[in-house]
Design a protein around this ligand. Structure first.
Ligand SMILES: Cc1cc2nc3c(=O)[nH]c(=O)nc-3n(C[C@H](O)[C@H](O)[C@H](O)COP(=O)(O)OP(=O)(O)OC[C@H]3O[C@@H](n4cnc5c(N)ncnc54)[C@H](O)[C@@H]3O)c2cc1C
Length: 387
């Protein structure tokens, strides 16, 4: 089997790398870190527009909707490079909602939303979790009452990241209370500036913001319903499959910097890179990074063949996010007590990256579905084990 990129993909990779190196200015990196790899701040909006102008935000989409008609391998490669260079790579509109609209939305919906997403004009925020509905999303009960030409929405969402900077909410709500739980859910696109929406911050241990969002008599036009009413749970599951793919780029970068650090740092008269225990740990991690890349590009391959990865996304999400934790754990071992010192202190090593990503890596095995839930999916849908 040949895992090489094609000549065209390699040329694109070079072009993307040069672009990313130029665009990852100190201001951009600071904004990305502060915001937890979401975009929507002034720097993020600028770079997304530049990427969109090259077609790199939605490279796989048909040209009529602002794409380039490229392979998913090309799209995944662009995101991996973005992560490696410290830029935001998790786009709700371009990578989760957009592909779901492409598959299940009406022609009118595609024409209305997709070109605006592809041009970088709009970002969405994910609106799934509620206080009583996290792992079990079928328990969600934000109520949407059908009033003919519009819906009236009431209820609460929790941990809805990006709502404070995004334009629209990619919202799962309940349109039927009298059927089996998963059969009464619908998906809608809601303008986050609509009257009746209140967004309150929740600060995570990673230091960045997620939100509690309250809907009080919010009016949403019927044309914003995605696909068919009460079929939303199916669309939500597909959107989650698109979400559960994690380029390891930024942790790969931390790993590369750790390797360099061990080569340059002398302790007790010899470089850390000569320590047998450190060498064993780094060698193990480099193998795991390679395994993650293969799992990651396997998802692109499934998409290129017309499928939607399912339990395979869960495998990649779990392995990648847990590998990220192993990288920063080894970083803590190598740096010793210096590893706990934040960026800004004169004692901080590697600009405090290990300390920062140690905290960030913890929330990553929770959002987009916890590791336990991913393993349940792999057991049921991958291995055919009973629920
Ligand atoms: C930083 C952050 C950002 C987030 N961003 C978003 C967002 O933008 N939009 C959004 O909609 N949501 C978001 N979430 C919510 C996230 O998806 C949920 O927190 C997650 O799915 C877990 O749900 P829960 O918090 O309700 O925990 P629970 O579902 O209550 O789970 C608690 C514990 O029980 C375990 N558990 C639950 N059910 C099972 C089971 N059947 N088998 C085995 N173990 C089980 C879980 O693994 C977990 O350890 C975010 C969460 C965090 C922390």
């Amino acid at each position: 089997m040949d895992f090489e990129f094609t000549k065209e993909e390699k040329a694109l990779q070079e072009e993307v790398r040069e672009f990313m190196k130029k665009e990852s200015t100190p201001e951009m990196l600071k904004e990305t870190e502060d915001m937890g790899d979401i975009y929507g701040g002034p720097e993020g909006r600028k770079i997304i527009r530049k990427m969109a102008a090259k077609g790199w935000l939605t490279p796989t989409w048909p040209k009529e909707y602002g794409g380039l008609g490229l392979s998913d391998v090309a799209s995944y490669m662009i995101r991996e490079e973005m992560g490696y260079h410290g830029l935001p790579f998790g786009f709700v509109a371009a990578h989760m909602a957009g592909p779901t609209i492409l598959r299940f939305g009406s022609d009118e919906m595609k024409k209305k939303w997709l070109p605006r997403i592809a041009s970088g004009e709009l970002e969405f925020a994910l609106g799934y979790t509620e206080p009583q509905a996290g792992s079990d999303l079928s328990a969600l009960n934000l109520r949407a009452e059908d009033k003919g030409d519009y819906f009236i929405l009431n209820g609460n969402k929790l941990f809805n990241t990006s709502c404070h900077i995004a334009d629209c909410h990619w919202l799962a709500c309940r349109t039927d209370f009298d059927v089996a739980k998963h059969k009464g859910v619908s998906m809608m696109i809601v303008d986050l500036k609509s009257p009746g929406i209140t967004i309150s911050p929740l600060i995570t241990m990673a230091g960045w913001q997620t939100n509690e969002v309250v809907y009080e008599d919010v009016r949403v036009p019927k044309e914003n319903l995605v696909g068919e009413k009460n079929k939303g749970f199916y669309y939500l599951m597909a959107a989650l499959d698109f979400e559960r793919m994690f380029p390891l780029g930024r942790y790969h970068r931390v790993f590369d910097e750790l390797v360099e650090y061990t080569k340059e740092t002398i302790v007790d008269g010899k470089t850390l890179s000569k320590d047998p225990l450190i060498r064993q740990k780094l060698a193990q991690l480099s193998t795991e990074i390679e395994v993650t890349r293969l799992l990651y590009y396997q998802l692109a391959h499934i998409l290129d063949k017309g499928g939607i990865p399912n339990y395979q996304s869960s495998m990649e999400k779990t392995f990648a996010t847990e590998c990220a934790q192993r990288i920063v754990n080894v970083g803590m071992d190598i740096l010793g007590l210096y590893g706990q010192i934040k960026e800004g202190s004169k004692w901080a090593q590697l600009k405090g990256k290990v300390e920062k990503f140690y905290r960030t890596s913890i929330v990553e095995t929770i959002y987009a579905g916890t590791s336990e839930i991913q393993r349940n999916i792999i057991a049921q849908r991958g291995l055919g084990l009973p629920r």
